[in-house]
Design a protein. Sequence first.
Length: 352
Amino acid sequence: MLRISAPAPPDGLPVSVALDGPSFAAVDDAQPVKLPDGWAITAGLLDLQVNGLEGLFPVLDPSCLPELDRRLAARGVAGYLVSVPSADPEQVRALSRAADAFAREPGSGLLGLHLEGPVLSAEFRGAHREEHLRTGDDPEARALLDLPGVRLVTLAPEVRGALDFARAAMDRGIVVAAGHTGATAEEAREAIDAGIRLVTHLFNAMTPIHQRAPGAALAYLQHPQTRVAFIADGAHLHDDLVELILRTAPERCLLVSDVAPNDGVDPDHDGLAGSAATIADGVRRVATVHGLGLSAAARLASERPAEVLGDASRGRVAPGARADLTIWDPRGEVAATFRGGELVYRSDAFGL
């Protein structure tokens, strides 16, 4: 049994956690490890939207999953969903099989798949290939819902058959989000009433706010029963819009990275194609640029995504919860990552 403690950060109280195997414990008789001044402990980061990283693209090469997992651990990620863009169904099936197997490996942080498509708006598809888009009543699209490991689906609720598609997903226990959508505010509110209470990367790839047509983004931002995911990499959103999200939906917002294998650049697409920033980068930016401090910012990337997945065992530091930790050095860099009480990454500076 191990107890790790850190001094009080500028934005909060001292943190002391005891690890009893894979869970946190409420005990004092444990081997103590005291971190130096300036270090910090947060719950392990969770990212619901990982497309790939540094050239690794699982939908094209599922064999890269172990290496992707290792690199994410080095960036503080305790758990994540691999985001699957609209693609050839056989590619998606192959990734699903590989992901289902890898998620069972000891120490794996992979929690499942996020199907970002194929039921998306052609107008707001972003980097998604138009030839891979489907309507909600398309049999090939419906079949994807039965693949193992699907935890989250993003769709455009105004597309034909999308609401029925969403209901079929929710019947299988899959969380449904609105995204890549041309929905009006009225269509967005209809989707919210139908149970689509999450929005994928708010303000990106969706109808903007217009003085006479408020659009999907504002409908989701204002509704008290929604959760709004956003990307804080300094490129996807102007800082003023991030401030708007933090002030309007402080208890309902969460961070995602949308990190991509190509650093967010697609030569065939005129615009953003994912992000170059990891979820830890987003936490740092929200903590510093937007003044939340590390503890509060990290909750947007741990506790909140765990709530979206309906997993009360993750994303919090409490007795009985899963012992996932991200440890930060004084520069705000990830120094160590624990998954289920196991140290899966340590920097040279972390002395445990």
